[in-house]
Design a protein around this ligand. Structure first.
Ligand SMILES: [Zn+2]
Ligand SMILES: [Zn+2]
Length: 94
């Protein structure tokens, strides 16, 4: 699983957690010191619009899976099978 770092503390990993009601969510490993939490699965893909460190996975009945930036709400279609380790196609933002 890709390592996503917390946007609040920037050092700590975001991990899968469960509420008392057994609902899955994603939260900072430093919880409760850091209260970053997200219902949406973070994906290791920087936002092409604002360069936010990661995007979250959203699912819509109409559009299927897509990614949304939690910062600027920019949306992109989920990259088909893109390997984050493949640095050969790393783009330099203009
Ligand atoms: Zn944190
Ligand atoms: Zn963004």
């Amino acid at each position: 699983m890709a390592r996503i770092t917390c946007p609040e503390t920037t050092l700590d990993e975001i991990t899968e957690k469960q509420t008392r009601g057994r609902k899955l969510f994603y939260g900072c490993s430093k919880y409760p010191k850091c209260d970053f939490a997200s219902w949406d699965k973070p994906v290791e893909q920087p936002c092409p619009s604002c360069n936010h460190a990661f995007m979250v996975e959203k699912v819509s009945k109409k559009r299927g899976e897509f990614l949304r930036c939690p910062e600027c709400k920019h949306e992109v279609a989920e990259a088909p099978d893109a390997s984050p380790k493949d640095s050969t196609k790393s783009q330099t933002p203009a």
